[in-house]
Design a protein around this ligand. Structure first.
Ligand SMILES: Cc1cc2nc3c(=O)[nH]c(=O)nc-3n(C[C@H](O)[C@H](O)[C@H](O)COP(=O)(O)OP(=O)(O)OC[C@H]3O[C@@H](n4cnc5c(N)ncnc54)[C@H](O)[C@@H]3O)c2cc1C
Length: 468
């Protein structure tokens, strides 16, 4: 079996192949290259970035994100990668979350910069104008109870929605807070997600730290940010990036160890490989390590409705619309042009019975309802983009099906937002998975060292109150 030690004895540092140029593969390549390990990264598409992608829109005259992506303050690894690669200038930090109630009332929800976590959330909760005082208090109690809930507390494997109803959260609070907040964070319906997944959002993204709920919004198209700038930085770090290079198979010896990566007729020898592609593609490349038809690994759809009006209509940096079909509205930040805005709908399975015209009419009506400037504006263009398997559906039981970075084949590693990171399928989950795979490679090389950026430190009061 080939080993890193053999390669070192042969006088050359072991070359690691990374298959997949999404954020997981890019993060893995970065971590290894920064530690002096030669990496070749194979990406099937023309540009890296994977699902954090943009499309060329001739009318807009540039790149438009297939779907707006945002990160939060708790996404320490994603933010660290952006800082290290010099991309931090392209992320806007929004400390205020803008909620728009069913009656159109706007609430600027800003966590306190002075109160210790989790009390810093009090001003945020009290600003939610569409709730009564009692509902706000019940919501705060629900957050604490969910954060305190432990895995063994819910052996029935209930959905988050069932848990919330069973723990005294009124229907209005579930529909007008928990549903929009959890569904956008997890990308899946609260009727399907597990209690631990919901708990993670509340504990890590809200209660743990004063900065955890800050929103980071890319100011440049994702295709430029990750496909061009991040890839160029990796190139300067010494990573060889081959785009338009779909890996068709792994060359493995009789014992199963990887010897090379094949793209059609070409095979590049490598000492080890990280397979950083979504689970279906991974199942094709390494069927012995990823079961092909594992029903516990299912995708959840996200829909983006792109709207071009004849003038700018959105007068908020972002808005969380509650009690409507549209969940988030973002005004155009990239090169999508004047009058552009995007509406994002997570867990969009079976949305309005699949009626796309009906969906467009509904979304436009809602935008006009919420943003008065849109009422007199003319809609000059639109596009609906749905990714049917946008993210891994984090249902009860899914965690046991998510594989670790190290596999039973010593020189073959897995990465991707669907692997066992403890995080939902997000940019943070993807970067963590790549960094975990890099840690596993370093260990295999006989150079064990931590790569992951630590979580935000959990405030003492938050630890005491949530029992963490
Ligand atoms: C619509 C939508 C909205 C989202 N919104 C958010 C958000 O707001 N915030 C957030 O944090 N996350 C969001 N996500 C999730 C986020 O995009 C993903 O979690 C993350 O980008 C996954 O990265 P990855 O590297 O694991 O996989 P991918 O991005 O899927 O990358 C895998 C790469 O492997 C390549 N590949 C596949 N097969 C091969 C092969 N045989 N050879 C070579 N290359 C191959 C693919 O082309 C792809 O580039 C969203 C996702 C979608 C789809």
């Amino acid at each position: 079996m080939s080993s890193a030690v053999e390669h070192r004895h042969a006088g050359s540092a072991p070359r690691i192949a990374v298959v997949g140029g999404g954020l997981s593969g890019l993060a893995a390549a970065a971590a290894l290259a920064e530690r002096g390990i030669p990496v070749t990264l194979f990406e099937a598409r023309r540009r890296c970035g994977g699902r954090a992608a943009s499309f060329e829109d001739p009318a807009a005259g540039g790149l438009v994100d297939a779907c707006q992506h945002v990160a939060m303050g708790c996404c320490t690894n994603f933010l660290d990668l952006c800082r290290t690669a010099g991309l931090a200038d392209a992320l806007r930090r929004d400390r205020t979350l803008w909620f728009v109630g069913p009656d159109g009332s706007r609430a600027a929800c800003t966590p306190s910069a002075r109160l210790p976590a989790p009390l810093h959330l009090a001003p945020l909760l009290f600003a939610l104008r569409h709730f009564s005082l009692v509902e706000k208090v019940v919501l705060g109690i629900g957050m604490m109870r969910l954060a305190r809930c432990r895995d063994g507390d819910d052996p029935a494997g209930r959905s988050a929605a069932a848990w919330l109803r069973g723990h005294g959260q009124p229907r209005r609070v579930v529909e007008l807070f928990w549903r929009p907040v959890l569904e956008s964070a997890l990308g899946e319906s609260i009727d399907l997600v597990s209690v631990p997944a919901a708990r993670k959002v509340v504990a890590d993204a809200f209660l743990a730290h004063r900065d955890a709920a800050d929103l980071y919004v890319p100011l440049e198209p994702l295709g430029g940010l990750f496909g061009v700038r991040l890839a160029a930085w990796l190139g300067r770090c010494g990573v060889e990036i081959r785009t338009g290079a779909a890996v068709t198979g792994l060359d493995r010896d009789p014992a199963g160890a990887v010897r090379g990566v094949s793209c059609g007729r070409d095979t590049l020898p490598c000492a080890a490989a990280i397979v950083a592609v979504p689970w279906r593609q991974a199942a094709r490349l390494v069927p012995d390590l990823v079961p092909p038809a594992d029903e516990r690994l299912a995708g959840s759809p996200i829909t983006a409705v792109h709207l071009w009006f004849d003038r700018d209509v959105v007068d908020l940096p972002h808005a969380v619309l509650v009690g409507r079909v549209s969940q988030w509205v973002f005004r155009g930040e990239g090169s999508a042009g004047r009058g552009y805005c995007q509406v994002v709908i997570s867990a969009s399975r079976g949305l309005l019975g699949g009626d796309r015209d009906g969906l467009l009419d509904t979304v436009v009506d809602e935008v006009r309802d919420v943003f008065p400037a849109a009422r007199s504006a003319r809609l000059v263009g639109s596009r609906i983009v749905t990714d049917p398997t946008a993210v891994l559906s984090v249902r009860p039981g899914v965690e046991v099906a998510r594989p670790a970075a190290a596999t039973r084949v010593p020189n073959l590693f897995l990465a991707g937002d669907w692997t066992a990171t403890g995080w939902p399928s997000t940019m943070e989950g993807a970067v963590r998975s790549g960094r975990r795979a890099a840690e596993a490679v370093l260990e295999w090389c006989g150079r064990p060292q931590p790569v992951l950026t630590p979580d935000l430190p959990r405030a003492l009061l938050a630890r005491l109150l949530t029992g963490a």
